[in-house]
Write a new protein. Sequence first.
Length: 710
Amino acid sequence: MEPLPEDGGEESVILISDDEAESTQGTSVIFVEPSEKSSLEEKKCEEVVDAECELLVTFCKQGDVMPHARYDCPEHPFERAECDTSLPLKRNADICSQCYCYICDKLASECQNWTAPSFCHSNAHNKSKFWKEQRDFALVGVLVMFNLDLTDIDADLRRGGSLLIKFIHKLSAEYNKYLLGERMLPNRHECFCYTKLAPGQCNICLQRQTEVIYRYSAVFTLVMNFLNEADQENPKTAAVMLLGAAKEIALHKDPSLSWRNLGQNGSLKVAVPCLMERITTRLQRMLVLCDFPNTLHHKFIHFFQRISLPCHCYTFSNCLNVMPWDHGLLTTVLKGQNITGQRTHKGRKVSLWEAFPVIRARVERLENQQHYKEIVRYLKAVKCNDTQGLKIYKDRIPFYLCKMGDFVDAARSLFLPYSNLACCTACRITSTQFEVYMKMFKTGSVPSGNDLRDSGQWTAVGSPLRNSVLITRGLKLLYSNTLLYRNPKCWSTFIMVLGSGTTLEKSGHLIPLSLKEPPLDFQEKVVSVCYGLLNELKTKVNVSLPCNFFSNSFCLEAGLILLVQAVKQMILSDLPYLNSILEIILAFGNNFWALRLLLDGFSYEESILHGTVNLFVRDLNCRKDTILTLGQTVGPQYVGALLCEFLTCTNVKMQSIGVFIIQIITEKLHMCPWAKQLFNVFVNKGLRTLPLGPPVDGEVAKFMAVLESL
């Protein structure tokens, strides 16, 4: 303790204790008896050593009275009482210059309630539970109801308390208006009674005239605005605001004696659960996503548990019992030590059960941390009452496995039904998701984002699937999902992926390959076994292609032939359900030998041939711009080769498709600066000398003459 200047009064030393409650038996000062030595002797005093206490006194000096609570004043006696607030007891109002108010924590001379009736702070002391609560409330305000320690309270919590207390005052005024209600006007109700009295004079009409309507709409709007304000605040501030709002609206009562349909916001018993749903959902996410200290986390939960919920809010009783991240059961699941999500605790079986907003928040946080393995373990083990919501997240397990680079397990998991779910993920994926999965399986790359719909950059994370596995899994996906099976986009995607290389551009675009046409005997050999393989894929779960099916030199070609046969079967069985075939035709790219194999297959069935041609012509009519832009995007060589494939078909109806394309180009010739290069393509293909048939020969000759004149 530093020496204090002398004030000329009684010589004494004041020692300030760090522990008021124990060391000093309730006082904050200790008196040391004044010395009888003169000032000169005091300065020259000899050292005195107490051997028993090992205390060495080297210097003593008179000290000033330090700032102290009023009940510890050394000059004025203090009378203690538990909770007397009416008037100062005896001489409790007397103060010295260093007396502080125990409640306000400032000089007693500045305390406005020092002697105020009903708020008499001069009687406050630290041995009273009542005065301690008053002091806590004065220091932390409304935060006292959260049972927070002073060390827990920071600027964010104080701001939340400040905003909450202002809201409570506004809410109280609005709620009082609600309790007053509004009386119905006499002309609002039509009289349907069968009496001889004049309208409005029967008992029913009189009762309606005096009826009071209680509309909660204004209160609902006020609370909703406050919740919107909380969404813009820091997590701790928002948590205090949300919990305080929940406590206040839980106290609201509906004074109406009968049920009336006043709308979602007008009826208290409908509006309060709606507000409580908003509050608890937000709090659930915050308890998962925000790194609250453990003590604060538990105190927030305990505060909500102590709220006395009305009967129309009982469903929210345990909604904030959110496991902290270090909870034993959750930790073992995330680490892979518990794959079932169940354990026995004190003889009782406990399951990892969480509300859907909590599941969504946990997955979101693990995604941001790129902990995909933990996400898969968690989703496989967790249970939830929202079956549909949980199903959506479980359907993303194959994608998370791909993000881990485990494409084999990802392809397998598409067909695994999860517990309490009716079917597998393959039954529910969309055409866009099918495309992304096929790209990932083909290239071993994944999109950079955490969603299958992300169009950002792609990065390689593992080894792609073998072509045999890629083909079987892709076909199995199409056979498992009717919507995919009848979607031309899915078939065109599959053809394009199979006819591309394993290298993927950062933008996610595949690099197409021009596959060499295999020998006819090889094609016939593959076609001969395709029917049986496709039937097995439709009926069996696990199907693998024969070892000799893929020749080392024609591996991709064999897969493309199998896919062509699958497309044929689809068109034969589901042609009426198709809305397009142009996408499938264009997906073959420069692999015209595979396209020819498909077109030749239609010529054996007259009705299928007729329906396919009509569908193709309808496509061309609706999508003329697609044909016109092909010359710019792919090149005139491709357009010329595609025309030759149709024009040289042995079937006249297939030739008519080529003629129709010629008519489209001729009609829009001014939009096709590349058209003049088609002439060289036709000459190189020998189209001028081939006998195509009377109708086609004339159309081709006229078209070549136009091209030659350009």
